[in-house]
Design a protein around this ligand. Structure first.
Ligand code: PXP
Length: 260
């Protein structure tokens, strides 16, 4: 399985202070040295984390292939086409969202997505579409001309968290939290089955298959059981864990500098 490490959240931390700390290029080197197979970044229209200069720097310095996520906005597509990442992944974007919610609407935006794919192909960039795990979305992705699909695992990850961890319990707007356990179990099986069937169908159609969103140290094993999936793109959980695998040492280093 290929691991794409999404380093957007390093830029989230940096943007909190608008200084070059943490430096995204250091994150790139560490991810590369630690076994990542690919670097994934998302150049959002609102530039809330990754900036245009990050894309330029990462493209210039990455020893790993770069998977650049972007919307179908024409100005963004132009930047992506100029930067020539190893792949572009088209994702939906809403300004008010906390993170990418749901897959691309490949049914209502067929012309726009087709145009975006053609633009990227003209720049010799292979294209993946980030879609919900349904047979219809997979089939439409093939029709629109993509080489790859990335299946949105958010629904699966949410239900998994409700059943097996405390992750979602601070979010009181999640109405499913009131469901009985057996109902959540059924929904989890359905969500997994959707991902599995979509992945197998995509493979049958000769599409490469990735998966991502909300994957973490608890739920990733479920994805490992699906042979048709050959790539996972994971961000938030890796950066969140790195805080705690590194916090102790960071405090020790500062304590040593401030001891007399
Ligand atoms: N794949 C895609 C297409 C995404 O948009 C994101 C979030 O930016 C991810 C994977 C990574 O999701 P997470 O940060 O939840 O691991």
């Amino acid at each position: 399985m290929k691991l794409g490490v999404n380093i957007d959240h390093i830029a989230v931390l940096r943007e909190a202070r608008r200084v070059n700390d943490p430096d995204i290029l250091e994150a790139l080197y560490i991810a590369c040295e630690s076994g990542a197979d690919q670097i994934t970044i998302h150049l959002r229209e609102d530039r809330r984390h990754i900036q245009d200069r990050d894309v330029v720097n990462i493209m210039a310095h990455s020893k790993l292939p770069v998977n650049l996520e972007c919307s179908i906005n024409r100005e963004i597509l132009q930047i992506v086409s100029q930067q020539k990442p190893h792949r572009a992944t088209l994702v939906p974007e809403k300004r008010e969202e906390v993170t990418t919610e749901g897959g691309l609407d490949v049914f209502n935006y067929q012309d726009e997505i087709k145009y975006a794919i053609e633009q990227l192909h003209d720049a010799l960039i292979p294209v993946s579409l980030f879609v919900d795990p349904t047979l219809e979305a997979v089939e439409m992705s093939k029709e629109l001309g993509a080489e790859m699909v990335e299946l949105h695992t958010g629904a699966f990850a949410n239900i998994f968290a409700m059943l097996h961890s405390n992750l979602s319990h601070s979010n009181h707007s999640i109405k499913e939290l009131e469901l009985p356990r057996y109902e959540l179990e059924t929904r989890l099986q359905k969500a997994l089955e959707d991902i599995k069937r979509s992945a197998m169908y995509a493979k049958e159609l000769d599409l490469e298959v990735a998966a991502g969103h909300g994957l973490n140290y608890h739920n990733v094993n479920e994805m490992m059981q699906i042979n048709a999936i050959t790539e996972l793109n994971i961000g938030q959980s890796i950066i969140a864990r790195s805080v705690f695998t590194g916090l102790s040492e960071a405090v020790r280093q500062m304590k040593s500098l401030t001891s007399r």
